[in-house]
Write a protein that binds this ligand. Structure first.
Ligand code: ZN
Length: 299
């Protein structure tokens, strides 16, 4: 599943290509992708035709992101919300070159032909074509008349702070942390304090702050909360910058998640030596997820 840094890398990579382009034509090959979200969605022919007629002829004037939602704002102030979920991917193919701009689920070499059997939406634009592919089809691409309508439909509910926002401040972070209970890993995973710390980055941030993910929030000192805040501010932007540079690497199909994968200090390294002190890293189950930390470096 793509984590926030990958989604943000994708947004940043697509932005220069699709911004100010008009959606000339849309093909929806699987109605359910545009028919709602969650387990209760029902594929609807009406929703498909509404989706197509609402966006055709409109220009993409902004590409935003909230948590792992990519939000394309159109020239009539309506929005398209894309959530890749487990296996969604967006691939842009410029008319002028063979280079694909892609992100989300890694592209398999065998699938670099477009459209392929996992392509469910095709957006035709003057300078290229944007494909939404989704192997397991848990993702969605939904249109709303404006941002408020999306919020009313339950999008972005209960989401925490955006660490990449210039408004991300220690005071807000501390206040939200102090309202929580449970261990650090659980609190990071639920996205209500800060968004974007999934399994990988939750572990990396804890290591960066030298604090164990098992620690109860209530035991954290002011200094430790600050250390976590600072680790988030270093690790997330760094991951985004490397994810951005790795977008085309997905075509190399080595199965890696991008360049940041090479920089993981703890994630995926249980049983191996800590890069800092050489201690064997502990691997445990915490908050239902595999969690790795160094018992010596992290207190
Ligand atoms: Zn260590």
């Amino acid at each position: 599943m793509p984590e926030l840094p990958e989604v943000e890398s994708l947004r940043k990579s697509l932005e220069p290509y699709i911004l100010n382009q008009k959606i000339l034509n849309v093909e929806v090959l699987r109605n359910k992708i545009v028919s709602g979200r969650g387990t209760k969605r029902v594929a609807s022919e009406t929703k498909k035709s509404d989706f197509i007629s609402s966006i055709t002829g409109h220009e993409i004037v902004r590409l935003d992101r909230r948590a792992k939602n990519i939000i394309a704002v159109l020239d009539d102030n309506s929005v398209i919300i894309v959530h890749l979920k487990m296996t969604g991917q967006l691939v842009y193919k410029p008319n002028s070159t063979q280079t694909l701009i892609s992100g989300g689920h890694p592209i398999e070499l065998s699938e670099s032909d477009l459209p392929n059997k996992h392509t469910y939406i095709i957006f035709y634009m003057p300078d290229g074509t944007l494909y939404y592919n989704d192997v397991r089809q848990f993702g969605y691409v939904l249109h709303y008349i404006n941002h408020e309508a999306a919020v009313e439909d339950g999008h972005f509910q209960g989401l925490g702070l955006e660490s990449t926002s210039e408004n991300f401040e220690l005071d807000d972070f501390s206040t939200r942390m102090k309202l929580k209970t449970g261990n650090l890993k659980k609190v990071f995973l639920d996205q209500k304090v800060v968004v974007g710390l999934g399994n990988i980055y939750a572990d990396e941030v804890c290591f960066g702050a030298k604090i164990r993910p098992t620690r109860s929030i209530k035991t954290l000192s002011k200094k430790e909360i600050k250390a976590l805040f600072e680790a988030i501010n270093i690790i997330i932007p760094h991951a985004i910058s490397l994810g951005g540079s790795s977008i085309s690497d997905y075509l190399l199909a080595d199965g890696s998640r991008g360049n940041y994968a090479r920089e993981h200090k703890v994630y995926g390294r249980g049983g191996k030596e800590c890069y800092t002190c050489g201690t064997i890293l502990d691997k445990i189950q915490l908050a239902g997820r595999t969690t790795v930390f160094c018992s010596k470096c992290q207190k």
